[in-house]
Design a protein around this ligand. Sequence first.
Ligand SMILES: C[S@@+](CC[C@H](N)C(=O)[O-])C[C@H]1O[C@@H](n2cnc3c(N)ncnc32)[C@H](O)[C@@H]1O
Length: 501
Amino acid sequence: MLDRSHQNSISTLQNISTDSSPLAKNSSTIFTPTLQTTWLDKISAFYSKNNLENNIYDSVTNLPRYVRVVSFPCKFLSTGPLTRPLTLSATCCKNKKLQDELLHLAALLEKELDCSVTPSKIILGLLRISNGSAKIKNTTPYRSGQIIGIDLSSAITALSLQICPNDHILDLCCAPGGKLLLASDILAGFGVPSINSYGSITGVDISSHRLSTCKNLIKKSNSLGKIRIRLFLEDGTKFNTMPPDDQWWDYTYHKNANKKRKRSDPSLTPHVTSKLNSVPLCKMPWYSSKLLRLPCLLTSKHKSLVLLKKTPLYDKVLVDAECTHDGSLVHLTKYISNSTNAKLDNDFLSDHRADSVANLQFNLLLNGWNSLKPDGILIYSTCSLSYKQNEEVIARFLSYMNSKNSNLIRKFYQATSYNTKKISENHIFSIEYPTIEPLDQIENFSKDLLAVSPLQLEHINFALLNVTNSDLASLRKCIRLDPRVSDTSGMFISKIRKNVF
Ligand SMILES: C[S@@+](CC[C@H](N)C(=O)[O-])C[C@H]1O[C@@H](n2cnc3c(N)ncnc32)[C@H](O)[C@@H]1O
């Protein structure tokens, strides 16, 4: 079992509050001593209750921050599981021009920030800034839009989706949008949507002010003119809008929202008009990029062709679920800074909150799963390290799915009008990895997982074993990015593929 010493927890956190870490700096300027002691107690108790070791934040003073070079084809630097640390020369980008640009930006940032800046050894296109409290907003590359802040853990999460050309991607908890922007830049890198390339990004979030931030980031992003992207202000547990079929399709939503007059547009062929009339209008997006609003990209011949290529489910789904943020120092600091004592009690640390957030996560995961097409990949992630919000959610999901019989699964596919020819008894789900452990051993193997090194984490991307009928042992391959060893803030990531046999 993990060490649950409440007393040690408190002293560890009190040490943090008196050292030079960002948490300590923020907390000492923002909190009255009483409030500070109170939240230290509460967080300490939270760790104890959640079977977490109490020295998770010991290394926070050394935690670096990362930026992404927006014009870069962001990708993992290795194509296989890593067993040893890579040297920088082994991680260099093969394209000399890109490599020079990366090194030039690193040198510029190093000079302006007065600390070491080096290319990430895990992801091409990320720069590692050794000083975690460095303010990038005042730097020349940030002001000229060449770089954007993103944590290594978030980049690993988004890249684990293995985005391909033409993918329809759903991000069920998208705001403020770091992972969505990375996904859209990757998709934009494949080229402007055309008859042969028609991928899209759909972001959903329940918070309007967070979604506004996301919209503003999208509007500033380089890839805006090159991707079909839309946002919905909705509850991700209920969201059921399908991917856009073509530019004109969404254009029609917009026009029809006024008077439905496009359905009788004389410029459309009767075939296309009848197709359009046969499908129900979907809900209007809260925001959609011009490529979805303007009908001019495809010729009418192409329009009818694309309509026939209807894709009713998403190729990739990201459920970066709402959580207690306890794995991320940055989030924790922000949250605590904006919280009153009562809010900490009610929203963050109470047992009630822990239970309700786990239920929310399960329902988000389930709805994400229902929106995923066969052979698609779903990533479930949180920036919490508590087992309740991670392994236990995945375990509950697996056990729920296992309890479903194939008739129900068939009904689901029929309801979502996926190509029924492909439906068979063998449509099953699995996590990407073989299974060995029963549920009651979760705690033990979680302890092992806490010790993983960042380079082993590459396994989530490359050690893909499509196993049948997985059960709880697959949880072994869920990964935890532990701030003490991973060179990034805490994150839990699980990758699930919907198998088709
Ligand atoms: C961890 S944050 C997501 C971070 C985001 N993926 C990113 O990379 O910037 C969780 C988000 O879930 C949203 N959320 C909470 N409950 C939700 C729900 N029922 N449906 C959709 N979004 C929800 C919150 O508003 C919050 O923006």
